[in-house]
Design a protein around this ligand. Structure first.
Ligand SMILES: NC(=O)c1ccc[n+]([C@@H]2O[C@H](COP(=O)([O-])OP(=O)(O)OC[C@H]3O[C@@H](n4cnc5c(N)ncnc54)[C@H](O)[C@@H]3O)[C@@H](O)[C@H]2O)c1
Length: 279
């Protein structure tokens, strides 16, 4: 077979006819993922605990995408089932689930309350368990499915000042591998994307509250091995790949989208010295 140049479109990702649910899809990385999926032709259900997501779904519709908003807490069994039902009712089934909702309150062992610990585990981990439970039966009916969980490199490293967060993301990595093994024969693939450091509005507000200026943050970005902070779109591109047919034989994997930080910090102290600040 010859190589036909100039036909790059043959390699584009087309998710037309597919239905996707994105938890925490109303802001930050989740919205970037929802927008990328809609751009690729999927009908997207944005599930978010904040009513602001309604306007984001409307914006996607105005841009020519197919999207709806469902208000609810992804860590509530009832709300997770409701989001799945809304996707099935509106779009006839579910092909893609992106478990993105998450929070990252700072705190080490002695300054993390039991309440904060429980809430982090609920939103970051229990929500993924419940949403998978709500969605997988629909994927089994379809005979296929792709799930992407949002993790963090802190799953492996476990920063002291992000104790609950790091532990919850360790759980996300285990959940990913376990479900990938359990559901491969259902043709349901389960993978995980670890974004690097993405300056969402919330993250930026937290930096400012901690007295860290936009310049300080930009400087941290320049110190990273590939020279900048990551964006929501960087994470969304990895999600697009993993839910596409290009990744048909990939399951149970964790994909770092961190600008090379994890590998370079082994050799280069300047790349790792600011790692305490990210999520
Ligand atoms: N920002 C980063 O640098 C970074 C790095 C690594 C991993 N992550 C992970 O990426 C994911 C998204 O993070 P982000 O930075 O975009 O966060 P964000 O705070 O900017 O946005 C999170 C969205 O989730 C929603 N949400 C929160 N709790 C919810 C719940 N219980 N049910 C439904 N929706 C809920 C919020 O309303 C918001 O719309 C998280 O899982 C986070 O741990 C982020």
């Amino acid at each position: 077979m010859g190589i036909r140049r100039g036909e790059g479109m043959m390699l584009s990702i087309d998710l037309s006819g597919q239905s996707a649910v994105v938890t925490g899809g109303g802001a930050g990385i989740g919205y970037a993922i929802a927008a990328a999926l809609a751009e690729a032709g999927a009908a997207v259900t944005l599930a978010d605990i904040s009513p602001d997501g309604e306007a984001k779904a409307r914006h996607l519709q105005e841009q020519g995408g197919t999207a709806q908003f469902v208000l609810g807490d992804a860590a509530s069994e009832e709300d997770a089932l409701r989001a799945a039902e809304a996707a099935v009712n509106a779009y006839g089934g579910i092909d893609i689930l992106v478990n993105n909702a998450g929070i990252y309150p700072r705190g080490g062992l002695l300054d993390t309350t039991a309440e904060v610990w429980d809430r982090v585990m609920e939103i970051n981990l229990r929500s993924m368990f419940l949403c998978c439970k709500a969605v997988i039966p629909h994927m089994q009916q379809r005979g296929r499915g792709a799930i992407v969980n949002l993790g963090s490199s802190h799953a492996a490293v476990g920063l002291p000042e992000l104790l609950a967060y790091s532990v919850s993301k360790g759980g996300v990595a285990t959940l990913t591998r376990n479900l990938a093994g359990a559901h491969a024969r259902d043709r349901i693939r389960v993978n995980c994307v670890n974004p690097g450091w993405v300056l969402t509005e919330k993250e930026q507000a937290e930096r400012e509250a901690a007295g860290q200026s936009a310049d300080w943050v930009r400087e941290r970005g320049r110190a990273l091995p590939l020279g900048r902070l990551q964006t929501g779109r960087d994470a969304a591109n990895a999600v697009l790949f993993l839910v596409s047919s290009f990744a048909d034989q990939i399951t149970g994997q964790i994909l770092n989208v961190d600008g090379g930080k994890e590998v370079a910090s082994v050799f280069d102290d300047s790349a790792g010295s600011d790692s305490k600040e990210e999520t």
